[in-house]
Design a protein around this ligand. Structure first.
Ligand SMILES: *Cc1c(COP(=O)(O)O)cnc(C)c1O
Length: 229
C-alpha cells in the first residue's frame, strides 16, 4: 500500500466512524446513509485508490473532469455542479445521477437526451435553495412541486428527491433544520422520491441529524483542494 492509499483509507475510516456516530445519535439506521466521495480537482489515481478500497460512488462538479475520470474508473458517477445547458449531452453520457437540477429548461434538454434510457434512468435530485439568493443554484421551496411534477412526467429519468447546500452565512444546523421541514413535506407528497442529498465535509453530521440520505464528502477524505470549486 502506498502512503497515499494509506492516507485515504485512514481518512475514509474516520469519516465512516463519524457517520456511524451521527447516525446513532440521530437514531437512524446507518444503512440509509450513502456516502458519495467528491473527487473534484483530485487526480484519477486517487479515484482508482478509492475504487480499490471499495468506494463506488463518486461526485464531480465539472463535466470535463467527470467525463475523463469516469472513462478510467467504473462506478456510479454523480454530477453535483451548476448545470450548463451545452454540457448536458456529455454529462448525461457519464453521470448516473444529477444532484443539481434547478430549471425546467435543463429538464427539457435532459428529457430529449434520456428518452432512450427507460432501462437505465438518470437519477435526478432537485436542488432547493435555502437562502433565497438567485444565481447560487437551487429552486425556491415554493417552486419544488412544480419542477418535481415535470420530472415525474419525463421518461428516462427517475426522481430521487432533494439536494441542498447550506448557505455560507447561516449556521448549518439552522439551514438543515429548515431543509428537514421542506424535505418532510416533499416526501409526503412524493413518497417514492424521499432521498435527501445534503452534507459536505464541514457539516455532514448536522445533515445526518436532519435526515440526509446521501452525503457528499470530499476534503475530509482526500485532503484540502488547492483550487476552489
Ligand atoms: C465540493 C462540494 C462538495 C464536497 O465538499 P467538501 O467540503 O470537500 O467535502 C459537496 N457538494 C458540493 C455541491 C460541492 O460543490
Amino acid at each position: 500500500m502506498t502512503s497515499r492509499s494509506a492516507e485515504i483509507a485512514n481518512n475514509l475510516a474516520q469519516v465512516r466512524e463519524e457517520i456511524a456516530r451521527s447516525a446513532t445519535r440521530a437514531n437512524r439506521n446507518i444503512n440509509e446513509i450513502e456516502l458519495i466521495v467528491v473527487t473534484k480537482t483530485f487526480p484519477v489515481s486517487d479515484v482508482a485508490i478509492l475504487h480499490e478500497i471499495g468506494i463506488r460512488d463518486f461526485g464531480e462538479n465539472r463535466d470535463s473532469e467527470g467525463a475523463a475520470k469516469s472513462l478510467e474508473v467504473q462506478g456510479n458517477w454523480h454530477f453535483q455542479g451548476q448545470i450548463q445547458s451545452n454540457k448536458l449531452k456529455s454529462i448525461t453520457s457519464w453521470a448516473s445521477y444529477i444532484h443539481s437540477l434547478d430549471s425546467q429548461e435543463h429538464l427539457g434538454k435532459i428529457a430529449t437526451l434520456c428518452k432512450e434510457r427507460e432501462s437505465d434512468p438518470l437519477g435526478i435530485f432537485i436542488q432547493v435553495s435555502l437562502d433565497g439568493v438567485q444565481g447560487r443554484g437551487g429552486v425556491a421551496p415554493q417552486d419544488l412541486n412544480f419542477l418535481a411534477d415535470q420530472v415525474l412526467a419525463t421518461g428516462g429519468v427517475r426522481l430521487m428527491g432533494l439536494m441542498a447546500v447550506a448557505p455560507l452565512d447561516i449556521p448549518a444546523d439552522v439551514a438543515f433544520a429548515q431543509l428537514a421541514v421542506i424535505h418532510n413535506a416533499f416526501s409526503m407528497q412524493y413518497p417514492h422520491a424521499s432521498a435527501l442529498s445534503a452534507g459536505m465535509s464541514g457539516d455532514f453530521e448536522s445533515a445526518i441529524t436532519h435526515g440526509a440520505t446521501h452525503i457528499r464528502v470530499g476534503s475530509s477524505i482526500l485532503g484540502s483542494r488547492t483550487s476552489a470549486l
